[in-house]
Design a protein. Structure first.
Length: 249
């Protein structure tokens, strides 16, 4: 029987891994949290929604006869990664963490790095026109800032009006650097708040901020420890080969 690879996804890296595994003699399942209403098409099998904690994930692993688990979730997804590690322990399955490297400050960046959303909210100066590049579940921390106008960019519309005193909602995905410069200029953005997600998909706004010399309030990744973490897909493919005996093309 061909091996089954469970990818805990929702990131570009997870999607690329599923694409790389598609022609191989194995079954891949990508699990999504279900927060994005219209996720991109993915190779292999796809499931959406939570598992019910580590025990629920362990039951799923057993039911689907999963051979090994790849935790390729977002760097800020603090709940699923510990659950995945515990489920792998409960089921005696190998697990590997695929995590994109964090962004590094470079010459010209005007970054103010903070630890939490609350710290970010406090760091915005009064009177700012601030771009919030955050998911809808992270907006509440900024509700008390009645002295700031927020430009909130999201992929999906929120289910209810945002709890912000003054804001503009823009439904759009991140663009290329030139597009981001236009976006920041047209909306007269003075500051940006975002998380240090890493990767290439949303880095363009930081390059645009560097060009326009716009300060960025950057929320650091939460501290997590992984017993087996790698930063690129090739290392994951090596791990799969080592634990399945396959030779992946």
């Amino acid at each position: 029987m061909n091996p089954t690879i469970l990818i805990l996804g929702g990131t570009m890296e997870a999607a690329e891994l599923a694409r790389r595994l598609a022609p191989q003699p194995l079954r891949s399942i990508t699990s999504l949290a279900g927060r994005t209403r219209n996720p991109a098409n993915l190779d292999g099998d796809v499931r959406s929604g939570g598992f019910g904690g580590a025990e629920g994930l362990a039951r799923y692993i057993e039911a689907e006869d999963v051979t090994l688990v790849v935790d390729a979730t977002h760097p800020f997804a603090t709940q699923i990664s510990p659950n995945a590690a515990k489920a792998a322990e409960l089921t005696a399955r190998p697990i590997i963490r695929l995590e994109r490297p964090a962004w590094q400050k470079t010459e010209g960046d005007r970054w103010h790095e903070v630890a939490t959303l609350e710290d970010a909210a406090s760091a915005i100066p009064s009177g700012a026109r601030d771009m919030l590049a955050l998911g809808r579940q992270h907006i509440a921390a900024f509700a008390a800032r009645h002295d700031v106008h927020f430009v909130v960019r999201m992929i999906d519309p929120p289910e209810a009006p945002l709890d912000l005193a003054s804001y503009e909602l823009v439904l759009a995905r991140p663009g290329k650097c030139g597009d981001e410069e236009v976006f920041l200029r047209e909306r007269r953005i003075t500051h940006i708040v975002c998380r240090n997600s890493g990767g290439t998909a949303s880095y363009a706004k930081l390059k645009a901020a560097r060009t326009l010399q716009i300060p960025v309030i950057l929320i650091a990744r939460p501290p997590q420890s992984f017993a087996n973490a790698v930063g690129d897909i090739e290392a994951v493919l090596d791990f799969i080969e080592a634990h399945t005996g396959l030779r992946l093309a």
